[in-house]
Design a protein around this ligand. Structure first.
Ligand SMILES: Nc1ncnc2c1ncn2[C@@H]1O[C@H](COP(=O)(O)OP(=O)(O)O)[C@@H](O)[C@H]1O
Ligand SMILES: [Mg+2]
Length: 360
């Protein structure tokens, strides 16, 4: 977005839809967003790769919310047009399994923008870390079903999450799982600038992305769901690669070497020539999960199809017999909750989302 010229009378901004600029009417000069000053910051709850997240109180409504500062690219001109578009779209999304983006508020400076979101007590990454015992299979099914319902909704709205992982899955004290940090991936530019693999986790990245595909589809989210399902079942990450080449190698070790036969178009992917993939003819999923039922293994296989076109969709997974056989998914209320470090100061459970039932 073009920097408004504060000295002059008029503010001219670049058009999103058409080439050229338009003049901001004087009455909209200060925008129509509330100020972040209307929120009392209570404590820092997360600092991800791109933004700081606070637990905060809306002083107008007394509601407890999560406030995420959108980190801007300093070299660029303010907030990218694509993220504005994305945020506008996300504000309209409403689903019990998607974190609610309530509004966008502004700080003192033009470049400080905050997202106001429904507050969730924990994220699955810290939950997994702090749990004394692994999730039961019934609990895993309950979580994954909720992730799938949220994803089905996102995908139906033409949104690819692009960064699904356990730290982006939040859970309320009522056991309601909500996908967070969604869609905004584009706001920060994807693929993200090269960073150490420790910062931007590779573990959930689909093979077509690792091999440089330029067409991103909803199936990249489904690969990540496979990794999340496996991680919840095994209580440890499935494919914890330390570099892109290591990540690809771990995938090949687990699933066998891909070929043009099982994945038409594979050999033409931009980065295929850069790696010499080990020859590994077997699919080792069954060895990794010897105790898993046939239906469970079928679901994992379906999520880990090399060919993105053949990979399970969220709808396919929701139909899976795995979720209909014993142990049946537990009720969200039976999810483990811990006194979480964030809640030390006992957040009043005023958030609307918390009192609502989790089912769509
Ligand atoms: N709505 C929310 N309620 C509670 N905690 C949240 C919320 N949104 C984010 N967090 C916490 O902040 C962390 C980082 O937020 P996230 O949106 O994933 O940003 P980043 O892009 O920095 O990863 C999350 O892993 C989670 O622990
Ligand atoms: Mg995140």
């Amino acid at each position: 977005m073009a920097e408004p010229d504060l000295e002059s009378e008029q503010i001219r901004l670049k058009c999103i839809r058409k080439e050229g600029f338009f003049t901001v009417p004087p009455e909209h000069r200060l925008g129509r967003c509330r100020s972040v000053k209307e929120f009392e910051k209570l404590n820092r709850i997360g600092e991800g790769t791109y933004g700081i997240v606070y637990r905060a109180r809306d002083t107008q409504t007394d509601e407890i919310v999560a406030l995420k500062k959108v980190r801007m690219d300093k070299e660029k001109d303010g907030i990218p047009i694509s993220s504005l578009r994305e945020i506008t779209l996300l504000l309209r999304l409403r689903h019990p399994n998607i974190v609610e983006l309530k509004e966008v508020v502004v700080g003192n400076h033009l470049e400080s923008i905050f997202l106001v979101m429904g507050y969730c007590e924990q994220d699955l990454a810290s939950l997994l870390e702090n749990m004394p015992t692994p999730f039961s299979e019934a609990q895993v099914k309950c979580i994954v079903l909720q992730v799938l319902r949220g994803l089905q909704y996102l995908h139906r709205n033409f949104i690819i999450h692009r960064d699904l992982k356990v730290s982006n899955l939040l859970m309320t004290d009522k056991g309601c799982v909500k996908t967070a940090d969604f869609g905004l991936a584009r706001a920060y530019g994807v693929p993200v600038k090269p960073m150490t693999p420790k910062v931007v986790t590779l573990w959930y990245r689909a093979p077509e992305l690792l091999l440089g595909t330029s067409t991103q589809t909803t199936s990249i989210d489904m690969w990540a769901v496979g990794c999340i399902l496996a991680e919840l079942l095994a209580h440890r990450p499935l494919l914890p690669g330390t570099s892109e080449i290591h990540q690809i190698d771990l995938i090949v070790q687990l699933l066998g070497t891909p070929s043009e036969n099982i994945w038409p178009g594979f050999s033409k992917l931009p980065l295929v020539g850069q790696y010499s993939l080990r020859k590994q003819p077997y699919n080792n999923l069954k060895h990794k999960f010897p105790w898993l039922s046939e239906a469970g293994l079928r679901l994992l296989h379906f999520l880990f199809m090399y060919d993105p076109k053949k990979r399970a969709t969220a709808g396919d997974c929701l139909e899976s017999s795995y979720f209909k056989e014993k142990p049946l998914p537990c009720e969200p209320e039976l999810m483990p909750t811990f006194p979480h470090h964030r809640n030390k100061r006992a957040a009043p459970a005023t958030s609307e989302g918390q009192s609502k039932r989790c089912k769509p």
